[in-house]
Design a protein around this ligand. Structure first.
Ligand code: IMP
Length: 423
């Protein structure tokens, strides 16, 4: 049985949470493979909004297994808060949530280090969510990290102390103003760890191998987006994990030849939070309208997202790197009301027209070349059938399909589970 992947193709916030939730009924297991609580996956159903940060978006379907894979980094404090919220809503997660012993733990000092590192960068800051993601992955690759399974070992508190002490030295080295009360943070951390320890901790790669052998269907859920990938994103303005398809292999222990469908999600326009290049950004009334109509505020940090036209050069690159087999277009409804829509189909790169994403897409090197398409002026939010779509929306979709050489199989026209058109 193959594992299907669900990935964001832009700079994150494409709406993966909603689509995983919609697709969950087709799968037995939903497995998150990278990132941490820097992500905010929003789901809306029965008139209520739910935001998940680390827990897979299948958790609201109690008959499904939700797995937090080895590639994820877990902040026990945020994790406990997520669990408490689920409990308040009457979700019994005890049997349906599994945690990889190989997932790394975000310590309170990782968060402090993130803040110190960003503060030291001044204007060159990444715009990190300051959740300790970068420092935790640095300790992972530096072979100093503490994993979930380490908590079952007798000597783990000594390991913790040595690492936290080292972090404090590093924070002092940055010589910036980061105020903290570590004993207070540690009290909350150790209390929350008890909750994490009470969950089902597993050797997840073995679990998934056996599940595949037994014919179980698995959906691997990514976080962030391809353009934030540590290798293929707009480095250094990226996150610290592989958000692309390969990350599902390393973040879950799934062999590449076991990957089935690669479902890529994109917004009908583009957004980005944090710093970094964004060729189609609109710092004008149109961008402002997209942000307002699309409620473009970070689910984790509440920061306003930068908005702009759809960038097909970047999107095509993401489809290539991931081996996308089908596309999901989100937030089609947000583009309603624009007389003309622009889509970036090439870049002017230092005076030459190119159709691929170059090494350096900084503003001084790249300006977008647009194709204009007619807009539509209809409320899409009640539509449930492809036949109800306005002609111009269909034209927009067909144009993208031709350019990307891939089918758009799902179009989302609102945040609710029900506002989803399958083509
Ligand atoms: P970090 O991963 O928190 O260090 O953030 C690094 C960059 O990735 C920043 O520009 C963040 O705004 C961005 N980022 C991290 N997680 C998300 C996400 O879930 N959605 C959108 N952007 C994100």
């Amino acid at each position: 049985m193959a594992v299907d992947l669900l990935l964001g193709l832009q700079w994150g916030d494409e709406g993966k949470g909603k689509i995983v939730d919609v697709l969950t009924s087709k799968y037995d297991i939903i497995a998150r493979f990278q990132g941490g609580p820097n992500a905010g996956h929003t789901l809306v159903f029965n008139g209520k909004k739910h935001v998940l940060h680390t827990i897979p978006s299948g958790i609201f379907h109690e008959d499904k297994i939700n797995l937090v894979g080895n590639g994820v980094v877990i902040d026990p404090v945020i994790f406990k808060k997520e669990l408490d919220k689920l409990q308040e809503q009457g979700i019994d997660y005890k049997k349906s949530l599994l945690i990889s012993r190989k997932a790394h733990i975000i310590l309170p000092t990782h968060r402090l280090l993130d803040a110190a590192s960003e503060a030291s960068k001044g204007k060159a800051k990444i715009g990190s969510t300051l959740k300790g993601i970068g420092p935790t992955y640095m300790d992972k690759t530096g072979r100093n990290g503490i994993r979930v399974g380490d908590m079952e070992m007798a000597d783990w508190k000594e390991k913790y102390r040595a690492l936290a002490d080292k972090h404090e030295t590093m924070i002092a080295f940055y010589d910036v103003d980061v105020q903290y009360d570590l004993p207070e943070l540690e009290t909350e951390f150790f209390e929350s760890l008890e909750t994490l320890k009470s969950l089902t901790l597993i050797d997840s790669e073995e679990y998934l191998y056996q599940a595949m052998k037994a014919g179980k269907s698995i959906l691997a859920e990514g976080a962030q987006g391809s353009l934030l990938d540590i290798d293929f994103g707009t480095y250094p303005f990226v996150t610290s994990s592989n958000t692309t398809a390969a990350g599902a292999c390393t973040g879950l222990g799934i062999a590449p030849n076991k990957i089935g469908e690669v479902i890529g999600i994109f917004k009908a326009y583009t957004t980005r939070v944090g710093s970094g290049p964004f060729p189609t950004e609109l710092i004008d009334e149109i961008g402002e309208t997209m942000g307002r109509v699309g409620h473009e505020f970070g689910a984790t940090t509440g920061r306003p997202r930068r908005c702009g036209w759809l960038d097909l050069v970047a999107l095509k690159y993401a489809c290539q790197v991931n081996g996308v087999t089908q596309l999901v277009m989100m937030k089609g409804d947000v583009l309603s009301g624009f007389k003309t829509l622009k889509v970036c189909t090439a870049y002017n790169y230092k005076g030459t027209t190119i159709k691929h994403l170059p090494f350096n897409i900084e503003e001084q090197n790249v300006s977008p070349i647009y194709t204009e398409l007619p807009g539509w002026n209809a409320d899409l939010t009640d539509m449930t059938e492809a036949s109800q779509m306005p002609k111009a929306l269909l034209g927009y979709i067909e144009f993208l399909e031709k350019e990307l050489e891939l089918p758009i199989t799902v179009v989302s026209v609102g945040p609710d589970r029900k506002q989803t058109i399958v083509r």
